[in-house]
Design a protein around this ligand. Structure first.
Ligand code: GN1
Ligand code: MG
Length: 354
């Protein structure tokens, strides 16, 4: 059940420059941060309406500005265009009397998204569109982009947040999460030795999980990336790692049956073949460290989920009490699998990207 009624949402749509008819509105429940709705005219989805969570994204103005800047570069025959519909006020988004931030975007007809895939063609297409996205943004000026969440993928920050959660967590939770806590400390030690400072800083997506890619329903050709809220400066290995954790693994992010969590080499190689199509912007040192992204990203999401579990689920939306713990355990399982495949990944990357 959505916390907004159809009438409320239709009234909101009245604030935007769009045909004023009565729309059918359906909530999309996959996101963990924002509230998202699909807006239909009859059976055709036309728009996406979103309430941007301004407790997570404190500078919504800056965030919208990032997206508008990036849209100027994301123009290509091989990249589908999404446009923002402005509110009647002419601003980038609408701020309601209750202080909520709403934005409206066009929906790409005939598109779909996948949470996981077993299809190597989809893995290939995901790689192709991610490197297309990143290569188009090579022209962008870094100074034009604000950090929508400062230090979002900074392991030092996530470590600090984890340590302070350990100090305040309920003893039962510390007991239940014992194994995850031990693993966290073990991996932190490894990752703290990793020096990324020499790598080029680029404008990245920073949340390239598979379900943030739109595909043509009919042909499975990748169309574009969605959810540009965390589009900001970063290392390409962040985008690489988020994609690998959701493509080479066919299990859900919160999968409780760990026998389903795998590192699938065919899907991984399909993804890399796709990436190779537009990868000429990558430097030698980036290619050499990419495989660490596949360890870092599932681990970062795992430590964030575990921290939120210890903090009593104040950040992510959860469907049940221990979901954040299940997320971290599943993500940590894949982290270990990625670590076990380091040599393999390095060889494949060298062979296919150099
Ligand atoms: C959050 O809400 P959603 O699904 O777009 C999170 C991402 C995680 C994801 C976990 C701003 O994104 O970092 O990858 O959950 N976004 C933020 O699937 O925290
Ligand atoms: Mg997101």
């Amino acid at each position: 059940m959505s916390k907004y009624s159809n009438e409320q949402l239709n009234e909101l749509l009245g604030q935007f420059s769009m045909p004023q008819i009565k729309y059918l509105i359906k909530p999309l429940t996959d996101g963990l941060i924002n509230d998202t709705f699909l807006i239909y005219d009859g059976s055709t989805p036309l728009y996406i309406l979103q309430r941007v969570n301004h407790l997570v994204f404190t500078d919504v103005e800056g965030l919208m500005n990032n997206i508008q800047q990036a849209f100027k570069y994301l123009e290509d025959n091989d990249y589908s265009k999404i446009t923002l519909v402005s509110p009647k006020t002419g601003q980038s988004h609408y701020i309601s009397p209750t202080g909520d931030h709403w934005r409206l975007m066009t929906f790409i007809d005939g598109s779909t998204a996948y949470n996981t895939t077993e299809n190597t063609k989809i893995a290939f297409e995901a790689g192709r569109i991610i490197s297309k996205f990143n290569s188009l943004l090579q022209e962008a000026n870094l100074d034009d982009y604000v950090d929508t969440i400062p230090r979002f993928h900074d392991i030092t920050l996530r470590q600090e947040q984890f340590k302070s959660a350990l100090k305040t967590a309920a003893p039962e939770k510390l007991e239940v999460a014992k194994k995850a806590i031990v693993f966290t400390n073990e991996i932190l030690e490894k990752l703290n030795a990793l020096n990324l400072k020499e790598l080029p800083i680029r404008v990245c997506h920073n949340d390239t999980k598979l379900n943030n890619i739109l595909f043509s329903k009919e042909t499975n050709k990748a169309l574009c990336l969605i959810d540009l809220d965390t589009l900001m400066k970063g290392y390409f290995l962040y985008d690489f790692g988020d994609a690998v954790r959701t493509i080479a693994n066919t299990a859900a992010e919160d999968e409780q049956d760990h026998s389903k969590i795998i590192f699938d080499k065919d899907l991984f190689e399909g993804f890399i073949d796709g990436l190779a199509v537009n990868s000429s912007f990558l430097t030698k040192s980036e290619i050499e460290t990419l495989s660490w992204g596949a360890v870092l990203m599932p681990f970062l999401h795992g430590i964030r989920a575990l921290t939120d579990y210890l903090n009593n689920n104040v950040y992510y939306k959860v469907a049940y009490e221990n979901q954040n713990l299940d997320r971290s355990l599943s993500l940590y399982n894949f982290t270990q699998k990625a670590l076990n495949h380091m040599d393999y990944m390095e060889n494949v990357l060298k062979e296919k990207l150099s």
